[in-house]
Structures are given as C-alpha cells and as structure tokens.
Write a new protein. Structure first.
Lengths: 447, 570
C-alpha cells in the first residue's frame, strides 16, 4: 500500500512535479532543464512546460542561455522565443541572430525569415556558409526545405562535390529538389561522370536527374539498381524524387521490381511498393499480388495500395471476395481499400474487429475512424477505456475526426473534457464519460 | 460477338456515338496530339513520320521563358530529342526565337544543331512570369525569320501564356501568308475558363484576356454558395482556344504538357476534403482521350463560331437558363453571348452579383429570400429540362453544348439544394449559434462564436461532391429529415451524370462542386505593426515583388486510360 502510494505520488509529481511546486513554473529551473542536452526527455518536458506557461521572466533567461545550448535544445529554445508575442520575442531573436554562433544564428534567421522578415536572409546565408561541419550542414538543410533563394541554392550546390559524404549529398539534393533548382543538373552530371563517386551517390544523382526528365540518367540508374550495390538507406530519397517526376523509364521500374523480390529490409520494400503505387507497372502485378500475403502488415498494405492504383488489378469483386474469405488482416485491408473507393461494405467487418480484443484492434480502430459515419462512434467511444495506450490513441483521434465531420455546426474540443490517451486513468474515465454523455444527448439531433 | 464489337466500335464509353461520315465542325480534338510529356512532343516535332529522311524543312522554336518552362526540363528534353532524331533531322534547319514584348530571333534556322541546347539553356536561365501577348511575338517572328523554300514550321513553347490576345485572326492571316504551319507545346487550358473575367492585374496594354479552351464561355459560372468556380479549376484536355485556332488554321498540332504533380487526384482544388484524409481512390477520373475529343471545342474563327452557335437549340436553352438564373441572382455572371440579329455576339459586361443572402444577420428575412430563390431555381431547372427535351432530336451542332447543358442542369439542382440548406440553417441553427437564442454548451462542445467576437456576416465553405451524396446523409444538418430527402433526391442524378461523363472534364467539374456549410464572418482584429525601415541595396539583392499571376490550381487532367500510364491520379 505505502509503496503504491509513493509510486503514485512520484508519477504525479515527477514529470514536472519537482518543477511545478504548487503548480507554478519556476522559469530559471525550466530554462536550465531545457539546456540539458544529455537527457532528451527532460529537455523536451521543460520545453513543453515553458511553451504552455510562457512566463515573461523566462524570456531574458532564454536569451542569455541560448548561446550555450547544443543539440535539440537550441531549436526548442528558438521555437519558444517565437511563441512569445512578436513585440517581445522578435527583438530577442534578432539579437541572437547577430551573435555569430552559426547554428543559433541560423535558427533565429530562419524563424524570422519564415515570419516575413526578409532582412534575415543575409544572416541565413551567412550562417549556412559558416556551418562548421557536414553534420551541421545536414541539420540546417533539413530546415530550409522549399526556401528559394539563389544565394543559398548556389551555396548548397557547391557542397555537392566529389568526396562529399552520402548523408550531405542526400540532404543537399533533397533541398535543391524542393526548390526546383535548375542548375543542379550540371553539377550532378559531373558527379556521375566521376569514377571515384560511390554507387550510392551516383544512384541519388541519377534518381534526381531521372525525376527531372533526363532519359540518359534513367539508364544509369537502372544499371546501378541491377548491379545491386545501393544500400536501402537511400531508397527513401531516391524514390521520393522519382515519385515527384514523370514516369521513370521501364528499366528503372524493372530494376526496382527486381530489388523488391530480393530485398529483406521492411521499410525499403514499402518504399518500392509506394513507387509502384504512383506508377502502376504491369510486370509488377504478380509480385504485388503475392505480397498481399506478406506477414508484415505494412508490406501487405503497401502492396494493396499499389494494386489499387492499377486499374482492374484490384477491382471491387476481388476486394469483396477478400472481405468475405480472407484472413482477418486482409479483411481489414480490403475494408479500408473499399472505403477509399466509396464502398462502405467493409464497415461491419471493421466494427466487429474494433470491438474485439487482440492485436488487430488498433488497426481496426484506425480504419474505423476514417469511415466518418455515425455507426462508428459507439465502438470508438468504447475504446477510449482500452488498456492499450495505442488503441486509446487511435480511438481518440478517430473520434475527433469523425465527430468534427458529422457535426459541422458544432465546435468540439475533446481535450476540454480532460480526456487524453496519456492522462491518468481517473481523468480518462471522467473525460470519456463526458464525451459519451454528449454523444447520447446529441446523436439523434438534426444538427 | 460481332454485334458487341460493332457496338463498341460505334459507341464510346458513356454511350456517345461516333457516326462515320458525319464530320463535325473543326474542333480542337483534331489538332491536339495525345500524351502529356515533353519528350513525346519533341519526338513528334523533330522526328520522322515514316521511314527515310524528311523533305527539307525549317523549324523555328519560339520560346516563352517562364519559370515553369525553366524548371520543366525542356532544355534537357530538347537536347535528348535532337540526339535521338539525328538521322531524321539531316537537312532540317532549326532556329530559335525569344517570345517577348519585342520578340527577336536568337538563331536563324541552321543545320548546325550543336549550338541549340546551350543557347536554349541560356535563354531559360532568366525566366520571367509577366503576362505576355504571344500572338504579337508569333506575328513578328513569322516575318523576321529568313525562311527557306521547304516546309516552314513555327513552334511556340509556352507553358503559361496564350490567354492574352490582341489580333488572333490577324495572326492566322500572317501565318497563312508566310505559308507557316503553327504548332505549340503548352499546358492545358481550363474548361470554359473565367479567370480573367474578375481579375485585372498585370495585364499588358492593348490585349484582351481570354483564357479557356473555347472561343467563348459556354458554361455558366459564379453560382451562389459555390466557393470554387469550376471553370477556373477543371482542366479541359485542350490548349487555349487561340493556340488551337492557329494550329487548326495552318495544319499544325498542339502538344500538351502536364507537370507530373498537377495530375494527382484532389477532391477539392483549394482545401482538404472533410470526408477522406486525401486517400480517395476515384474510378473514372483519368480522362479518356477518345471521349474528351468527342466533346472538343471549336477551332473555327470566333465570327464563324457565333454564326454556328445561333443554329444550336441546346446552346439557346442553356443561354436562356443562364439569363434567368442571373436575373434571379443565383449566379454572378451574365450570359457570355447575347442575341444580335439572327445570331449572337459576345457580351462585354459579363459580371454581376448574387441575390443578397449573406449581407446581414436577419436570419428569418434571409431564410425567406432563400426560399424564394429556391423556387425560382426550380422553375429555371424545369424550363431548361423541357427545352433540352425538345432539342433531343437535334442532330447537328457541337456535342460539347449538350454536355455543358447537362452539367448546368446538375449545377442548378445543387444550387437549389444549397438554397434550401441555407434556409434551414437560417431558421434553425444560425439564431442559436449567433447567440440570439439561448443555448448551453457542455464539454466537449465549446461556443461557436469565440469569446469576445461578434459576428458581422455569413460565409460558407463547400463539402465537395467527389464522394457522391451518401456521406452527406450521415451529417447532422439543419432541416433534419426534410433536408436529407432533398439530398437523397440529388443522388440519382449525380450518379447518372458521373457515370455518363466519366473520363471527361464534366465529371471532374461536378465532383469539384459542393454542398455548402455556413459559418459567421467577423470584423478584422486591429494589430499594431511597427513601421519598418528600409534601406536601398546594391544590385544583386532581391527586387521588389512584381504583381504576378498566381499559380493556377489543379492543372493536369491525368493520363488517359489508354495511354502509357493507367489509373489516373491518386
């Protein structure tokens, strides 16, 4: 009894409990915790606490402490300053932007630029140019996707040269692709021609050029795929490029089909299947049909989606048959695919599985939330009490979407009941009771 | 078996007849080449139609360097096409010209093709997104080029312009006089586009902004309670009328280009869909080339089109319904044609305003006005249906007008339902939501009107018809069973229309129309903004942004079901 009480007290107090004596945030302590780059969780909790409370006293403390922060704490700190009213937060950001600390200056300049202050652009360029190492460049590139500026584009292009590491090349190409840079082609052709470039770099360059319509690069990519020397870590980026471009040459699709049959890594297979979902490829159909039986749900789902994109490959007849005769996982997939085709025939199946305990409950709840029909609501409400946190999450988010769609003339905030999938059980129960009571009162009303 | 094959040979999907021997008036269907890629277009333009080398010919590419062309990979495709078609190009002279306010010849036609790709890249390195009158460029270049004695082809490459016209028929005469065949590589126009009817920025002098695939707007637009004007967002499957006209008049071709991203499915062109998370699989959305061609617009001159239009009772019925709908304030556009003698002429003043239904918060008054408008809508609808039934046996004319009339029937039905929805909302929901009648909210519900705000008007958003009517029947809406009955009555006609016009822009246009959901609008909040100081900067810094044509939403029509990629967008 006593240990249990102690534990309960510890759980209630611990995340932020020591930081919130009697509910009042201690700004200095929070800012210190935020700078704790060794314990990411504490850092994140301090960030959330500061974001909720936004104590005025924390503002100058943050400004003073930020230059000594590293890692994610830097980015959180800048986000916090942004969250303050413009007239107080922005002057701090402007001052920090001019400190000369490359990463801090970068985050501040980027934040200000995105908020409409074009004067921050030169600082952004300078910070990028002063990036101390490839990992800093990599981190910065991830945050300026879609930001078009000739100076930045020229700088990033200059980073793509023989000897540049694969992660940096990947990040640089992703950025240049996002801004549709028209001069990247010339740089990439040189890399492709360079004998010393690793196969992975060549494959990334070839995928980029293929996505920009270069037929010759398509042949190069097909040859690299056939040689089988490209690690799956680059599949995501390559396929992302290809999906944005015109239909790749059939040799490229054939190359990926070949890899699909050999590849063991789960996510790599899923990415390849997504490519076939975007570009239906008839020779891939038998392999896709086989993958419907794959033991990994993500693979089976991706194969499903790819087949659904190919007319006639996954027609309603096949789906209805699968709905009636397949194993439970396939029945769920069939129900979801039929839903996407505006056929609610699978609703009963999904309802049945959403109410049954078991490993498929989460998936069933996720799909149920997408139907956005009145019949789905009771099962979603029931699952708010599920002992499985992820099932509660699916039910909560599904309910939020469903009720918002069904009641266009009501404003609903489920969190205002105190319910959250991660809240303590007592609060969840009281919150769920309020939501259920509301539903009972309003389910038969016109609006 | 024979009979079945014959049936399919004679009838397109949707049951539209192809009657051999009955050649319709010249349409864009005859000049628009299949496919949507630059590579294919260039192969046809540069390549050989058959075995052996081509006769002597001059090809001049008139390039309009806009940002979208610069990033489309055209320069690379051009270089690849040149090397692929090397043999067929022996004896062909190729030149390059720049479309501009004062167009100029960058390279006279030459057999030395080596310099072309780099010159093209250089030209595209400085794009501009100003609106350009390409017809003036065409006329100027047509007379600047030192043409040889063989075939003469002028190929415009413009992905953004073609809607600013000055003297279209004068351009036809110039091309014919110089014996030039005109072709174009361009993007799809929108179906009966009305974009420029309500906008006037950035327009060059002495032009009239047209847009659209047809010589005149033949689809009523600006319906009340429709947020999205389908004329502005539905791809047509054809180029701008002006470019199609030039190609048809000179024996040329039109090649369409769709950037890959613009062909993906979207339930609504400008917002998310309330019924799906963007994962909708739509069957029958990808355009079927043969069917789209059947509904192609004319490529006759406008004068001839107006003369032909006067003979068409379907168009007459459509214009009558349009006129009456405008008079009742159901849409804010006047008919694009007005009677003139025994024919029609284009109406200059084409915009008006809706019946005032959202200008106040006197809900019962607004509800009564909506009821009267709904009655008027019903009357216009039955008149239109009667007129169309009478014209059922009319065999001649453009099939497109029938499709437009059928679409207008559906849009009238949808408008009627929206008016009824508004009436119910005004009577049942609005007074409570606005706080004029007492109500109590309990968690998880929060007040409709945010604390401290006071509504000043009414706005709406549209839930698209992309998923059909069934999802609407699930919603909790004012009017209850009575309103659901109205919605249910719409289901049959909507489904029938989508089935009949599957694979055409008309089905897409209906999918992008919607049932309105209403909300309040509020006066703007005052926020103090400190005056910012600016300083001059040296050359090379970012210039002040010019007024530019905003990107047009929802471009491509998806690939045809019979083309290299099946399945349309996802």
């Amino acid at each position: 009894m006593i240990p249990r009480l102690f534990l309960t007290a510890a759980v209630l107090l611990f995340p932020g409990g020591t930081l919130f004596p009697q509910g009042k945030p201690d700004p200095a302590a929070l800012v210190k915790e935020l700078g704790n780059s060794k314990d990411y969780r504490r850092c994140y909790r301090a960030y959330r606490a500061l974001l909720r409370a936004r104590p005025p006293a924390a503002l100058h403390l943050l400004e003073k402490a930020l230059p000594s922060f590293t890692g994610p704490a830097l980015s959180y700190g800048v986000s916090l300053l942004r969250a303050y009213p413009r007239e107080t937060g922005f002057p701090a950001l402007r001052r920090l932007m001019k400190t000369g600390h490359p990463l801090l200056s970068f985050y501040c300049a980027k934040t200000l630029f995105r908020a409409g202050e074009r004067e921050a652009l030169p600082f952004l360029r300078r910070a990028l140019a002063a990036a101390p190492d490839p990992s800093a460049r990599f981190s910065m590139l991830g945050r300026i996707q879609g930001l078009k500026d000739r100076g930045i584009q020229e700088l990033v292009r200059s980073w793509i040269r023989p000897g540049a590491g694969v992660p940096l090349v990947r990040a640089a190409l992703t950025y240049l692709f996002s801004v549709e840079d028209i001069e990247t082609g010339t740089v990439l052709k040189k890399l492709l021609e360079n004998q010393g470039s690793p196969a992975e770099v060549k494959a990334l360059c070839a995928a980029y050029l293929t996505a920009r319509g270069n037929q010759g690069a398509g042949k190069t990519l097909a040859a690299l795929l056939a040689a089988g020397k490209i690690p799956s870590s680059s599949f995501y980026t390559m396929i992302r490029f290809l999906k944005e471009g015109p239909r790749p040459p059939k040799e490229v699709l054939a190359g990926f089909l070949d890899l699909l049959e050999k590849e063991k890594i789960l996510y790599a297979r899923v990415y390849i299947l997504e490519l076939f979902g975007k570009f239906p490829f008839r020779p891939a159909l038998p392999a896709l049909r086989k993958l419907l039986e794959d033991k990994h749900t993500q693979v089976a789902q991706a194969a499903f989606d790819a087949l659904a994109a190919s007319p006639g490959a996954l027609g309603p007849k096949f789906l209805h048959r699968l709905l009636a005769e397949g194993d439970p996982e396939k029945r769920l997939l069939a129900a979801d695919t039929l839903r996407r085709m505006d056929d609610p025939a699978g609703l009963d199946t999904v309802l049945e599985m959403a109410r049954k305990k078991g490993p498929l409950r989460r998936k069933a709840l996720e799909i149920l939330g997408k139907f956005r029909v009145n019949r789905a609501v009771p099962a979603l409400l029931e699952a708010l009490d599920d002992p499985d946190r992820l099932a509660r999450q699916e039910a909560f988010y599904g309910l939020r979407t469903t009720l918002a769609t069904l009641f266009p003339y009501r404003r609903l905030d489920l969190s205002s009941t105190g319910y959250h999938p991660d809240a303590p059980p007592a609060r969840r129960r009281s919150g769920a009771a309020l939501i259920r009571a509301w539903w009972e009162k309003n389910k038969n009303k016109d609006w | 078996m024979m009979a079945a094959s014959l049936f399919f040979l004679l009838f397109l999907p949707g049951g539209f007849p192809i009657l051999p021997g009955r050649t319709p008036s010249p349409t864009a269907g005859a000049v628009t080449a299949p496919g949507r890629t630059l590579g294919r277009a260039l192969n046809v333009l540069l390549g050989s139609p058959g075995k052996g080398a081509l006769p002597r010919r001059d090809l001049v590419f008139l390039v309009d360097p806009t940002p979208s062309l610069a990033s489309s990979g055209f320069a690379r495709e051009f270089a690849s096409a040149l090397s692929r078609n090397g043999k067929a190009l022996a004896g062909t002279r190729i030149g390059l010209a720049l479309a501009a306010e004062k167009a100029r010849l960058l390279l006279p036609p030459t057999t030395d093709h080596q310099s072309l790709p780099s010159l093209l890249e250089k030209t595209l390195a400085h794009p501009s997104d100003r609106i350009l009158n390409v017809y003036a460029s065409i006329r100027r270049v047509a007379s600047l080029v030192p043409w040889g004695p063989g075939e003469r082809k002028l190929i415009l490459v413009s992905l953004d312009n073609g809607d600013a016209e000055d003297d279209l028929e004068g351009t036809v005469r110039t091309l014919k006089k110089e014996r030039i065949t005109f072709s174009a590589v361009t993007t799809e126009a929108f179906l009966a586009d009305t974009y420029w009817k309500i906008r006037s920025y950035g327009i060059p002098r002495k032009v009239r902004m047209r847009g659209g695939d047809s010589p005149f707007t033949d689809l009523p637009w600006g319906w009340i309670f429709q947020f999205n004007i389908v004329n502005e967002s539905t791809p047509s499957g054809f180029a701008q009328y002006g470019l199609s006209r030039l190609a048809a008049a000179t024996g040329g071709r039109i090649f369409l280009y769709s950037p890959p991203r613009t062909s993906a499915h979207t339930c609504s062109p400008d917002r998310g869909c309330p019924f799906c998370g963007g994962d909708h699989i739509v069957r029958g959305e990808a355009f079927v080339e043969a069917t789209v061609r059947y509904f192609a617009p004319w490529t006759l001159s406008r004068k001839e089109c107006l003369k032909e239009a006067a003979k068409n009772p379907v168009l007459k019925a459509l214009l009558r319904a349009w006129r009456e709908a405008f008079r009742e304030g159901l849409l804010r556009s006047r008919p694009s044609l007005q009677p003139s003698g025994s024919g029609y002429k284009e109406a200059r003043d084409q915009t008006g305003s809706w019946r005032i239904l959202t200008g106040s918060l006197k809900f019962s008054q607004l509800a009564s006005r909506a009821d009267r408008a709904a009655k008027a809508c019903t009357k216009i609808l039955s008149t239109l249906q009667r007129d169309l039934a009478r014209a059922k046996d009319f065999k001649g004319g453009l099939p497109r007008f029938r499709a437009m009339a059928d679409l207008t029937v559906l849009l009238l039905r949808v408008t009627r339902v929206n008016l009824i929805a508004f009436s119910f909302w005004c009577r049942e929901a609005a007074p409570i939501l606005a706080g004029k009648k007492p109500s109590r909210t309990e968690p998880p519900e929060i007040p409709w009107v945010p604390p401290g705000r006071k509504p000043s008007g009414i706005g709406w958003t549209d839930y698209p018809l992309c998923h059909g009517i069934p999802p609407f029947l699930e919603l909790h809406l004012p009017g209850g069973k009575a309103f659901k009955k109205e919605l249910a009555a719409l289901e049959g006609p909507v489904r029938a229309f989508l089935d009949k016009y599957a694979g055409t822009p008309y089905a897409m246009a209906l999918r992008r129309s919607g049932i309105a959901v209403f909300h309040f609008t509020y006066p703007g909040k005052y926020t103090r903004i400190d005056r910012r100081r600016f300083s001059s900067s040296s050359a090379g810094k970012d210039a002040t942004t010019l007024t530019r044509r905003p990107p047009r939403a929802a471009g491509g029509s998806g690939r045809s079901a019979g083309g290299p990629v099946t399945g349309g967008g996802k």
